[in-house]
Design a protein around this ligand. Sequence first.
Ligand code: XIL
Length: 369
Amino acid sequence: MPQITRRDVVKGLLAPTLLASRQMSETADAAISPGLREAAKAHGIFYGCAVKSSVLKDDADFVTAVSVEAGMLVPEYELKRGTVEAKRGAYDFSGSDRLLDFAKTHGMMMRGHTFVWHAANPAWLTESLKNKPDERILTDYITTVAGRYKGKFHSWDVVNEAIEPKQGDARGLRVDSPWYQAFGESYIATAFHAARQADPHALLFYNDYNVEMANWHDSARRTAVLRLLEKLLSAGVPIDGFGVQAHLKCYGTRFDGSVFADFLNQIATMGLKIMVTELDIADIGGPADVKQRDREVSELGRRFLDVAMANPAIAGVLTWGLSDKYSWLSEYPDYKWPDGSLSRGLPLDSSFQRKDLWHALQSGFLGKQ
Ligand code: XIL
């Protein structure tokens, strides 16, 4: 493959406003070998990442890195309801529009995250749901948002994190969700039907976490996810795939490739596509030696990726962020380092240098040893 340089990337691909604001760095002509998007493409799948529109606006080096590496974008928060409809009926698409423009300029696909979640809801919505309103509070929103981006998105996470067996429900549903409290289980099917109607071409995903590891908690979650998907499919709910969030932990729990492979096989047997939607690897609890930690994180990443790639239903892999500089892992209480050092769970370090994890993903995509 021909080598591209930072300057090519900046000249050829950056939006004019970003180009104008960019200060060319000393490394402007340094060669950058093809990114993860090319490696994934070689296997016939997509690689992409979550980004925040605010960061894309302000950090030109990050922009360069994203344009080299990502073939697909997903907004980290811009399409959560608390952002889109912070005030009832006053829709704000500024962040998601900006990301879609960026994706188009750089030849990337776009996915949407997420219509229905128990978290990141505006206060007015949580209040209204307590009064058990008409289900149009759900369907009107989906119709408006999916309709706005009709034909422009590859896929949507229609419902996010609807199960939580720890809450004691026999089906393993997350019963403390304001959506469940208002409508019972039916909100899930209702959301998928509304999404299909509003954008018949976007692939519709159910997305969830903690289904990857070989512990009893993840095992219960896998069972609940499989039951939910079977039930939805047998009721004719238009669902195209399952999103494995894959917020992995490198330390304190075990990954068993055969357990995870068996789960993915069961999803694929239902005729569903699989996407890894939010991959990152928490390094909390690991050794102080950064080199060793990076290596161990990358080894887990590779083992995980090999299982995902071995399943013919895999359509794409997205990491939740690209660089450690902007990782939610460094903010989230369960994952962050108490001394404030950055979590190192993403492919690029905080200076946008490729780490062991980047190389593990690249060689995994290319099927190399
Ligand atoms: C996270 C974002 O990364 C944070 O910036 C935000 O504060 C909270 O949400 N699962 C999901 C994502 O589906 O939407 C979450 O994103 C991470 C866990």
